[in-house]
Ligand binder design. Sequence first.
Ligand code: BYC
Length: 325
Amino acid sequence: MTTTDAAEAPPPERLQEHFDATIARDQRIEPRDWMPDGYRKTLVRQIAQHAHSEIIGMQPEGEWITRAPSLRRKAILFAKVQDEAGHGLYLYSAAETLGADRADLTERLIDGRQKYSSIFNYPTPSFADVGVIGWFVDGAAICNQVPLCRSSYGPYARAMVRICKEESFHQRQGYELLMTMMRGSAAQREMVQDAVDRWWWPSLMMFGPPDDASPNSARSMAWKIKRHSNDELRQRFVDMTVPQAAKLGVTLPDPELRWNEERGHHDFGTPDWDELMRVIKGDGPCNAQRIQRRRAAHEAGAWVREAATAHAAKQAARGKKGAAA
Ligand code: BYC
């Protein structure tokens, strides 16, 4: 919902008040509305990181497209990786509504000035990783992103609606792949358990640092950009995943994991926060490779961008000529 039409725009001295009232009423802020600088910067930071994560996130699974074990699995994986590209594009468009420039955001990613999710810096040595990424990583993404459909910034919230529908399909395809492998040979079951062991803790880290070490959470929640804290969403993910693991027949690698009747939630161990910080700072197992591939793809695609720009200029010139005739 647009909060301000030009006709009813508040006088400059009341802009902040009007913004605060819009947030308090749970209405949306739209691109043409006045917003505080901090709100705009926070959104550009989060949306750009989110877009970069979708684009870099194509790599770990993309590595299996040529090696998928059947034509069906190849087609599914192709479609999923293509969806991630689409998510990145919607999100870059949402960032553009805030005045960000897409080319600049890409430069910031490949120069290491902007972040992307830590999870995509882990390797995918077996095909079971494709299933576990769908189950855990897309599952974590759903927990994190469904509340973002109610984010206070309109274009971000609307982009999330379609993204979440697709993530939901991704999660189910991952789980179905793992179910199939679990019905297979002992070696296949071992591959699944090994992938679960490697991805569990990094998946919990996707939700960010614990609340008492999350510098951005309080402000983002006051602005209703984020609707829940990092720890709340992490707990939601654990509670959702434990029964799914039992049904699948795998063990989650956490000896402290147990149901707490009093809290009505599962208790679980503490992720290695030093590891998260190392990976965020660029020192994860695959950070260098991910950025190097992204940079190479960007450079190799320069001719496409140049051709598209030249084509658009030609079309515009033709349009002008047509209008003059
Ligand atoms: N990795 O104050 P905090 C997908 C940074 S892709 C890296 O808690 P905030 C998919 C954080 O940015 C979906 N960095 O921050 C794709 C901040 O740094 P700056 C990806 C992290 O923003 C392909 C600092 O640490 N999802 O689903 O309040 C295939 C302090 O953190 C991480 C999104 O992007 C991390 N894990 O909360 C399959 C969701 N955690 O910027 C699947 C949207 C924290 O101050 N983003 N940092 O230098 C969010 O919800 C929030 O930005 C976060 C962090 C929960 C991630």
